[in-house]
Design a protein around this ligand. Structure first.
Ligand code: GLU
Length: 324
């Protein structure tokens, strides 16, 4: 009995030593960074800005892998289920960590217990934009038109239960308007259809929509940001219009599955912070209208919890459901 437990102890400490060794060797093979949305959206954009420099910093390639659908929860569930070895990371967004958990009755994971928070990369404004062939020149004409014709216009979102799906529902309730929801597998395909005129409106995160706004292939109508975006000085914020609850930003951070060892978390956090100090990278992110975050794992975890609480409150108070 005594010998057996000694033997067991030996095995346990051997396993412990191997795990510690694995941590100090980390990373010794390529790292997968799962983007839970299709290519061409802001999640993809942010992931691709940091993947190469982060790989250089860590000494192993960081490979972006898109897995869209379900408003981000299909891809996020895959990250939650992965082995906690640091080789399967994912981008966490407001859709995967706050809005879907707040509204979706069939969540495949629990944000509070199934992920390890690593770092928040950036916060971004969100924007309602229209196809230029539509009768929406600015916010005023947009509001007047949609008020006059309830249910006539539709808007593209990056998915069911996504951040801009919920934000549009909040907007509709506060303005008494009726705009039909058309969910996509991410903002990439949603933008394609809005630009092609298949769907008259889109509610997107600013970074992915911005190139189309700049080229006048989309008309920005209203933005969710602390203040007007300098590159779009004529576009009002929701806050200015008296719609403060809709004036919420998106975020993009890195998470791993639960039980990711702290040394690995610290290594990825430090490497990402280092990348974010590079003026070229900072510029690339800030040019999209985003605000760099790059704090501690605890700060990101707190942010995710706070965002969830805000949306949960809205869902309960306004009795929002997935079918809207
Ligand atoms: N930005 C997402 C996309 O890439 C969708 C919304 C989000 O969660 O921020 O399609």
């Amino acid at each position: 009995m005594f010998r057996r437990s000694l033997l067991a102890l030996g095995i346990v400490s051997l396993l412990g030593a191997t795990a510690a060794h694995a941590d100090s060797n980390y990373p010794n093979k390529p790292i997968r960074l799962l983007v839970p949305f299709a290519a061409g959206g802001t999640t993809d954009l942010i992931a691709r800005i940091i993947a190469d420099p982060l790989g250089r910093e860590l000494g192993q390639p960081v490979i972006v892998d898109n897995k869209g659908g379900g408003g981000g929860i299909i891809g996020a569930a895959e990250t939650a289920r992965a082995a906690p070895d640091g080789y399967n990371l994912g981008i966490a967004t407001v859709s995967t960590t706050a809005t879907n958990p707040a509204i979706n009755p069939k969540m495949p994971y629990n944000v509070a217990t199934d992920f390890t928070s690593i770092i928040n990369i950036a916060a971004t404004p969100n924007v309602i934009a229209a196809n230029p062939k539509q009768p929406f020149k600015d916010y005023k004409s947009f509001l007047e038109t949609v008020k006059k014709e309830p249910g006539k216009f539709s808007y593209a979102s990056p998915g069911n239960g996504s951040i801009t799906h919920l934000m549009m529902e909040m907007f509709k309730l506060s303005t008494g308007t009726d705009i039909v929801h058309v969910p996509y597998r991410g903002s990439g395909p949603a933008l394609n259809d809005a630009v092609a005129g298949q769907v008259p409106l889109i509610f997107d995160n600013l970074p992915s929509a911005f190139p189309f706004i700049k080229d006048k292939r989309l008309t920005a109508l209203v933005v969710a940001a602390p203040q007007r975006v300098p590159a779009m000085p004529d576009v009002p914020t929701f806050k200015e219009l008296g719609l403060e609850p809709v004036n919420r930003m998106a975020y993009y951070g890195i998470v791993g599955p639960k039980n990711l060892p702290r040394p690995i978390v610290d290594k990825i956090n430090a490497a990402t912070r280092k990348v974010m100090q590079d003026p070229t990278i900072r510029k690339k992110i800030e040019e999209t209208g985003s605000i760099i975050q790059a704090g501690t794992p605890e700060e990101f975890s707190k942010q995710m919890k706070e965002e969830y609480t805000v949306y949960k409150d809205v869902v309960v108070k306004q009795k929002l459901t997935m079918d809207q």
